[in-house]
Design a protein around this ligand. Structure first.
Ligand code: ATP
Ligand code: MG
Length: 437
């Protein structure tokens, strides 16, 4: 055996750092959350889109911008083994959605409202709320330019917080204006930072002329004062941009959505213009942004499509899950109708036939497993039935089997009532049980 083969055999197999397993019961909570999202998206007329997890690397370089955290240092990129194509595990989904929309001429007949759910990959320093594989849910509205669509997306997110019972989520809003307006702001910004160059960290110095706006997004606490005193983009907006921003704000106000305008809010990707927003909470420590988005009217054209406006957001599922836990949300438990207790392995064929019929009638049944040759003692099986939190035990004892019966014992209503049913009529019991659910 070669050294390499030896080390493959002896290496301890664990998950990759920053990539977590989602286990029960947390996985049930995420399924619950996803079901709420699907339901809500349907009510807002957003339809599901699923794009590949791997895309060609230039998509992200062109889409997100070269001087961004993601493209500079967070992408999992590799070459295709056979033809050397540069490929990347998607760090976010908007670029892929836009690629798909362009590739399939989806805007041919007008705008599209889409949503997605799935894993994203970024090579970041793992910490609470920041992982290398994490799940996002996102909504994108493409082909619409009106501020009412920005509002619709924000209202959709607010409705989701309500459905999930999330409190303490605040909305921050800003407008990045249009490229020409940003150019004037950029000049003022560079002068400001040049004047206070001694307060800039290495990264900011490097970005001073390539992407000064991004400096406003710094997470370095010692740069806060130089960032706070920087010229504000809002002061550079023209009439049309201000109108868009004011329309959005008045729709939100009339709908009772509270927000604060944060003039220093910029986003991590280059593609945004006009509206940008973040939903934040102070209950998750420093990783407090749970959802973020904005308008990206130039991305479709930048990725080769006919010019079309667009707006969207993405939320971090892991952070929402943390927030639900933080609020003491009761974890979603598997709701089990029945636990099958079986006295002898010889009864298994009949037992399986019966519980299969119950399952197709909509009843959930967990079967006690044998150890291959024998079932456990009845005492052990009853203990397991109790522990499973099932509402009923289905007892397939020796007597029952010889009489073609099953005993149904209530486990959770305090009565402990026990009724014997014929295997032929147990489906009737199932339908009464169904009607009480
Ligand atoms: P941050 O400023 O926290 O790095 P971001 O601007 O990079 O966030 P987006 O790319 O806008 O975030 O992603 C939208 C949301 O996805 C974030 O608000 C957050 O909830 C979640 N998210 C982003 N990166 C991670 C990560 N590494 N781990 C877990 N969730 C993440
Ligand atoms: Mg980031």
């Amino acid at each position: 055996m070669s050294d390499k083969e030896m080390s493959v055999k002896s290496e301890k197999l664990t998950a990759v750092k920053g990539m977590n397993d989602l286990l029960p019961p947390d996985s049930a909570t995420v399924e619950w959350l996803e079901a709420k999202v699907r339901d809500l998206m349907a009510r807002y007329a957003y339809r599901n889109i699923r794009t590949p997890i791997v895309e060609r690397t230039p998509l992200f370089i062109r889409g997100l911008g070269e001087v961004t955290d993601i493209v500079e240092k967070e992408m999992y990129s590799f070459e295709d083994r056979l033809n050397g194509d540069p490929l990347t595990l998607r760090p976010e989904a908007t670029a892929g959605v836009v690629r798909a929309v362009v590739e399939h001429s989806m805007l041919y007949e007008g705008g599209k409202r889409l949503y997605y759910m799935g894993p994203m990959f970024r090579h970041e320093r793992p910490q609470r709320g920041r992982y290398r594989q994490f799940d996002q849910i996102g909504a994108e509205a493409l082909g619409f330019s009106g501020a009412e669509i920005d509002a619709e997306l924000i209202l959709l997110a607010v409705a989701l917080w309500k459905e999930l019972g999330l409190n303490d989520v605040c909305l921050e809003l800003n407008s990045l204006g249009q490229p020409a307006e940003r150019l004037n702001h950029r000049k003022a910004l560079i002068s400001h930072f040049e004047l206070h160059a001694e307060h800039l960290d290495e990264e900011a110095k490097r970005r001073l002329y390539s992407n000064p706006l991004r400096i406003l997004d710094t997470k370095n606490p010692s740069m806060q004062s130089v960032v706070t005193s920087a010229p504000k983009l809002l002061d550079f907006l023209g009439e049309a941009s201000l109108l868009h921003f004011n329309t959005l704000k008045s729709i939100l106000e009339i709908n009772g959505v509270e927000f604060v305008v944060n003039p220093r809010l910029v986003r991590g990707m280059d593609y945004y213009n006009l509206t940008v927003f973040e939903f934040t909470t102070n209950r998750l420590g420093s990783q407090g942004t749970v959802c973020a988005g904005g308008r990206y009217d130039y991305l479709v054209e930048q990725l080769g499509g006919k010019p079309a406006p667009a707006v969207g957001w993405a939320l971090g599922v892991d952070r929402i899950l943390e927030l639900l836990k933080e609020q003491g949300f009761p974890m979603v438990e598997l709701e089990l109708d029945a636990y099958a207790i079986i006295s002898d392995v010889s009864a298994l064929p009949v037992v399986l036939k019966t519980i299969e019929a119950l399952r197709s009638a909509g009843i959930s049944v967990q079967m006690h497993p044998s150890n291959g040759d024998v079932m456990g003692s009845m005492k052990t099986q009853f203990k397991k039935a109790d522990g499973s939190k099932a509402r009923y035990a289905l007892i397939f004892g020796t007597d029952e089997i010889t009489q073609n019966q099953v005993t149904v014992k209530a486990l959770r209503d305090g009565t402990g009532s026990q009724v014997s049913q014929s295997l032929l009529t147990v489906l009737e019991w199932a339908s009464t049980l169904q009607s009480t659910k």
